[in-house]
Design a protein around this ligand. Structure first.
Ligand code: ZN
Length: 171
């Protein structure tokens, strides 16, 4: 039994060019409708360092120094959502993804890892194809002011708090 949640309006498709799978919209989604909720085992940074590289790509940072890792035998449907530098989904809270705008059938569901990550555990060259593609996904991408504007309200709660602090200090 999977322990994560993926909206029944979505479907998982093979996407070999993306190194595995991707999640696509089957029925229209409204802005701020729930897309998925991640699940897993809560890990500290020290515990995360001991995981095999394969497991590292199935983790999401949920707070300062805390991560959710999918360590079960089964693949979790919510782990199939890919990164894009021009995403249509964003974080609400720390484990839910919601639509940032209306999403139509046929569109791939993506979010920007800058919305959740602030550590270098899951960095990779990006080939998402968006005009604003950063070319490389890095753990400190959340610090980019242009993203603060584009993803306002859609960063993971701990990052949204950091950004508010940053802004207060630099007014
Ligand atoms: Zn990209």
């Amino acid at each position: 039994m999977p322990t994560s949640y993926l909206s029944p309006k979505l479907e998982i498709r093979a996407a070999p060019e993306k190194g595995g799978f991707a999640v696509f919209c089957r029925q229209p989604l409204q802005k701020d409708e729930v897309i998925c909720a991640w699940s897993g085992v809560v890990q500290t940074e020290a515990q995360l360092r001991l995981l095999p590289p394969e497991a590292l790509s199935h983790t999401v940072q949920i707070d300062e120094g805390l991560f959710l890792a999918s360590l079960g035998a089964e693949e979790e449907p919510a782990d199939y959502i890919n990164h894009s530098c021009n995403p249509n989904a964003g974080v609400r809270g720390q484990i839910s993804l919601v639509a940032m705008r209306p999403i139509l059938p046929g569109e791939e569901i993506t979010f920007d890892y800058a919305m959740t990550d602030s550590t270098p555990f899951d960095e990779f060259p990006c080939a998402c194809g968006a005009p604003q593609c950063r070319g490389q996904v890095r753990g400190d991408d959340w610090q980019r002011p242009e993203l603060w504007q584009r993803y306002e309200g859609y960063f993971s709660a701990y990052l949204q708090a950091r950004i508010h602090q940053h802004r207060k200090n630099h007014v």
